[in-house]
Design a protein around this ligand. Structure first.
Ligand code: MG
Ligand code: MG
Length: 252
């Protein structure tokens, strides 16, 4: 899908709200805080900005998602439901969040350390974020979409980590999840050619151990099969004449 300049302008507004959610939630992450408290902070930003949530009531196999963020600690990859879990020193926590403004969506995620974390956890967070930016660098006119996953995979595997296959990035616009999907690995061919006006949510999920996943009995929480740590970073990015524009950064 090619978005017009005015559509991308609306996505910039949604992206700014998402950036603000990430900034406020990140600032609140510390030992002793519940993931439900982080969700409350995100709800407050969404309400203050007159936005709506694209996460709340998102349909799932065991019922709608009950929160405006996903909060996924440690070996949880994505889709954790905020609740009574209390963050403790040494945890890592992945926060995924989004917002809708004037009918257009933003979507982003980050993983943060809680207090003092292990060197391995620090490396995982750094490598996953680096892999996101390596993917974003591929979002230029004339390049091909699956170059994104090829670069993400290179960065993750060079560090000795693995990339999740079952969950992927996506185009985004008037829906949060639009076609085409964006794998975080090389699927064997280059995929569609990128054009100015394409907008994607790029979101590597990187595991310390193997890439295999399993879903818990709540129907949402996705964890690593081997119980090892996982991290997740995401931005919403528009392809412009002058290259990729990250819409979900706070400084735009
Ligand atoms: Mg997301
Ligand atoms: Mg997404």
């Amino acid at each position: 899908m090619i978005r017009t300049k005015s559509e991308i302008d609306k996505m910039r507004k949604a992206g700014k709200v998402v950036a603000e959610i990430m900034s406020e939630v990140r600032a609140a992450i510390k030992p002793g805080v519940t993931t439900k408290a982080l969700d409350s902070i995100a709800r407050e930003v969404i309400s203050r900005r007159g936005a709506t949530s694209n996460f709340l009531n998102y349909p799932g196999a065991r019922g709608p998602f009950p929160a405006v963020i996903c909060a996924s600690p440690n070996d949880m990859i994505v889709h954790g439901i905020p609740g009574s879990y209390v963050l403790k020193d040494g945890d890592i926590i992945s926060i995924d969040c989004g917002a809708i403004v004037e009918g257009y969506h933003g979507d982003a995620a980050f993983t943060a350390p809680v207090g003092h974390v292990s060197p391995l956890a620090t490396k995982l967070i750094e490598v996953t974020e680096k892999s996101l930016w390596a993917g974003i660098d591929q979002l230029v006119r004339g390049n091909h979409l699956y170059e994104v996953g090829r670069e993400i995979q290179k960065v993750a595997e060079k560090a000795g980590f693995s990339v999740v296959r079952e969950y992927v990035g996506h185009a985004i616009g008037t829906q949060m999840h639009e076609e085409p999907q964006v794998p975080n690995y090389w699927p064997g061919h280059k995929g569609p050619k990128l054009q100015v006006g394409n907008v994607f949510a790029i979101e590597p999920m990187v595991n310390v151990g193997g890439p295999e996943t399993k879903t818990l009995s709540d129907g949402w929480s996705v964890v690593t099969q081997d119980g090892k740590l996982s991290a997740h970073f995401e931005h919403t990015i528009a392809i412009t004449d002058s290259g990729p524009e990250v819409l979900t950064q706070i400084d735009i």
